[in-house]
Design a protein around this ligand. Structure first.
Ligand SMILES: Cc1cc2nc3c(=O)[nH]c(=O)nc-3n(C[C@H](O)[C@H](O)[C@H](O)COP(=O)(O)OP(=O)(O)OC[C@H]3O[C@@H](n4cnc5c(N)ncnc54)[C@H](O)[C@@H]3O)c2cc1C
Length: 540
């Protein structure tokens, strides 16, 4: 493929947000040229991407960047693996396919944090525009949009029991958890179509997707792809190293190019109109810092000249902690895993929360949490987990660049901050107790042989033992965000039009701009941000 010297728009990162922004710009501005720079390969021919139950096998693979959260006393001194997709489609190509927006209040908090105009009501048109919900269009849902969203098919008995058990404990059954009302238990919405993953590549860049015959999960043999839009170029295997600026460090400094490594060759590709960063919550702050946008003291230590002094770059890292070790041995054969990370979810409130802030899902065997399960010898046999997560976490962490000589996981140190706030630990202790109650319901009576952790069994643990259990088994629900936050205060990195403060021609559109983590898996909000970013760029 020939990469020209200049494009109108250069999008760095071809993940959940990057693919959506690229497709919208290319379609809405047919006279403009659009380039996507993606470090990973295009993912065609990878069965583990396409076949929903196989997604855990992608973790730790060559399609995972392989980031780690640094060891922290708050999680019993452990380092925690935090996978990120390194492939066209980004994390949407390796994720668990849950499609959930969470409680509307989670977005109203963005506005309260200084992201003017980013309430739930203002994002709703973009949520709707992105969706092709099988239930059809409604006030809350979209149909005919790029991303296919379906209810879990043939939910596993352990998922059905979750909904029934929650009802026994007094929680409502939700017909649709994405209809604004989130308190209760529901069958999950999934980015799955005809038994296969439906990533952002399938939805927004179908020319680069692996098509399959209806009803088939393809294994290695692909049908011909549709032709790509003539004004859109996607370069894979292309690692962005830094941004180029006209008049760097002065008023009116403009981002004009991206320096990237393509199969051993260093290129500098110019952007006539804008550069849009969509490298995700780790890649975006790293590239900003490497390019001179960040805390001046940190830039000086790295020997990088200051282009824009923004102390907030890499700060405000947020993620959802979940407790990975609440395992049970089943009293019957469970069969093959189904429906991504299990087919059902529960949302409920901790004592201190005004809106649902706790969440649970079921997962089988190694899917419970691969690293934990393997360590604890639970990776085989008929075991499953009912995993509680805190969607209203308050703890924050940070990312810093240690070396500009490398890029990616080796170049950064990431302090997750997980469980550094006592309130988060308290909420998760409550959540583990709730799971133990859930496991004791009639719904699970024929499914559970015995709990494999004392925290979920009869006799339970003392408060101190529960706190230790939560800290020892805390993992990431894979939702890092907030590291180039949108807002108006001194720590904000982008303004509400997603433009980076202090420079022209540079925006961020990905999970990094989220100022306050919403109470959901964050693929849906990231796609909504990307949809809105395209409108903001086109109206500039
Ligand atoms: C294992 C896993 C399970 C998850 N499960 C769910 C789920 O079920 N539901 C849900 O809602 N969310 C889930 N998530 C989270 C969700 O997928 C992500 O939050 C979302 O995809 C983030 O989108 P993004 O565009 O910000 O980043 P990404 O999708 O990660 O995209 C960033 C892209 O930039 C590329 N890139 C990075 N650095 C460079 C560079 N220097 N040069 C060029 N390219 C670069 C990357 O390769 C990647 O393609 C999961 C995530 C993971 C990893």
């Amino acid at each position: 493929m020939v990469i020209r010297g200049e494009y109108d728009y250069v999008i760095v990162g071809g993940g959940s947000a990057g693919c959506a922004v690229a497709a919208r710009l290319a379609a809405s501005a047919p006279d403009a040229s659009v380039l996507v720079i993606e470090a990973g390969p295009d993912g065609r021919g990878v069965t583990q991407i396409v076949d929903p139950p196989l997604w855990p096998r992608l973790l730790g693979s060559s399609l995972d960047w392989g980031y780690w959260y640094a060891p922290s006393p708050a999680v019993a001194g452990r380092a925690i693996a935090v996978p990120r997709g390194k492939v066209l489609g980004g994390s949407s190509a390796i994720n668990a396919m849950q499609w959930y927006r969470g409680d509307p209040a989670g977005y109203d908090a963005w506005e309260a944090a200084g992201a003017a105009g980013w309430s739930y009501a203002s994002l709703l048109p973009y949520f709707r525009r992105s969706e092709d919900w099988e239930g059809g269009a409604s006030e809350h849902r979209g149909a005919g949009g790029p991303l296919r969203v379906t209810r879990s098919r043939r939910p596993h008995p352990i998922a059905l029991a979750m909904v029934d058990g929650a009802a026994e404990l007094g929680l409502p059954r939700l017909d649709d958890p994405n209809s604004g009302d989130t308190w209760g238990a529901a069958l999950a919405n999934l980015n799955v179509s005809r038994g296969r993953r439906f990533s952002v590549v399938d939805g927004y860049l179908p020319a680069w997707a692996p098509p399959a015959a209806p009803g088939q999960v393809p294994v290695g043999a692909w049908l011909p792809a549709p032709p790509p839009p003539p004004n859109l170029t996607v370069t894979t295997g292309s690692l962005a190293l830094r941004l180029g600026f006209d008049r760097p460090g002065t008023d009116g400094s403009r981002c004009t190019s991206v320096v990237h490594l393509v199969h051993g060759a260093m290129l500098e590709t110019r952007a006539a109109r804008e550069v849009i960063l969509a490298l995700g919550a780790f890649g975006t702050p790293e590239l900003l810092i490497r390019s001179g946008i960040g805390d001046p003291a940190a830039l000086r230590r790295l020997g990088v000249p200051v282009v824009s002094a923004l102390a907030g770059v890499g700060q405000n890292l947020q993620d959802h902690p979940f407790v990975a070790g609440v395992h049970f041995r089943a009293s019957q054969r469970l069969g093959l895993p189904r429906a991504g990370a299990g087919g059902a979810i529960i949302n409920w409130r901790s004592r201190a929360a005004p809106h649902p802030d706790l969440h649970a899902f079921v997962v089988q065997g190694t899917q419970a949490a691969p690293h934990e399960a393997i360590r604890d010898g639970l990776s085989t046999g008929d075991v499953f987990a009912i995993s509680p997560a805190l969607m209203g976490s308050r703890s924050t962490g940070s990312l810093s660049v240690c070396s500009v000589a490398q890029a990616g996981p080796r170049a950064v140190e990431i302090r997750s901050g997980l469980l550094t706030e006592q309130a988060d630990v308290d909420a998760l202790v409550e959540a583990v107790d709730f799971i133990a109650d859930l496991a004791g319901t009639r719904a699970y009576a024929d499914l559970i042989d015995k709990p494999l952790t004392p925290a979920a069994g009869p006799g339970r643990l003392s408060r101190a033992e529960k706190v230790a259990f939560v800290r020892e088994h805390c993992s990431t629900l894979f939702h890092p965000c907030g590291t180039a936050a949108m807002g108006a205060g001194p720590d904000a990195v982008v303004d509400p039009s997603l433009s980076v403060y202090g420079v022209c021609g540079l925006r961020v559109a990905d999970a990094s701009v989220i100022p306050v983590i919403p109470a959901c898996n964050i693929q849906a909000p990231v796609v909504a941000i990307a949809e809105r970013a395209a409108d903001l760029i086109l109206s500039a």
